[in-house]
Design a protein around this ligand. Structure first.
Ligand SMILES: [Zn+2]
Length: 204
């Protein structure tokens, strides 16, 4: 059977302080927020997305594929439309090498996540979506600590990538101000929007 799914390509650039454990923690939070139907998932949100992670190790666990060049090292990363970025940033955001795992080849419906050293232009930790010729991209820079390191930034930027705008409710994932531990709700209207994203593809 073929089902509609989102596929995410995760990359880690030199200088990012993401660890494999933190990566898995972030995946778990994204799954919780978007109601990915996994065993024991108790998401309070009505979305039921099928989110897959393209790159995997020999055990089948999602991993980040390493990038070998200095994406966003000394430069401050601008959170601006892709067309307005200089060629250095455009080239990096459009770079999607094949990663590890049986389905490591990427396609233009995939959503790329680049974990970078940063900084982004303050106070942002994440920025999205960059609409590149190779598909949408999310950039996450090194975060100070706490829940912003635990997937909240990724879940929020994924929301933008799937068509969501900011809202005023501070308990909502898309709250435009400084989020708190409670900022993870999604309404059924928001779930309808993300479910009709053009980035869905067919998964076995
Ligand atoms: Zn935002």
């Amino acid at each position: 059977m073929v089902v509609p799914c989102l596929v995410i390509d995760a990359y880690i650039a030199p200088g990012s302080d993401m660890t494999q454990d933190n990566f898995i923690e972030q995946i778990n939070w994204v799954n919780f927020v978007y109601g990915v139907p996994l065993q024991g998932n108790q998401s309070p949100n009505p979305c039921r997305l099928d989110i897959r992670w393209r790159f995997r190790n020999a055990q089948g666990t999602p991993v980040m594929a390493p990038l070998t060049g200095p994406i966003v090292n000394e430069n401050v990363f601008p959170c601006a439309p892709f067309e307005l970025l200089d060629p250095y940033f455009q080239a990096w955001l459009n770079y999607r090498p094949t990663g590890p795992g049986p389905f490591g080849g990427t396609n233009t419906r995939d959503i790329a996540v680049y974990f970078v050293k940063g900084p982004l232009i303050a106070p942002a930790i994440g920025c999205a979506p960059f609409i590149t010729p190779n598909g949408p991209a999310i950039v996450i820079s090194n975060a100070p600590s706490g829940f912003l390191r635990s997937g909240q930034t990724l879940a929020h930027e994924l929301g933008h990538t799937l068509g969501l705008a900011h809202v005023d409710d501070r308990n909502n994932l898309m709250f435009g101000g400084t989020p708190s531990l409670e900022s993870y709700r999604l309404t059924s209207e928001q779930c309808n929007i993300v479910s009709s994203s053009p980035h869905f593809q067919s998964c076995p």
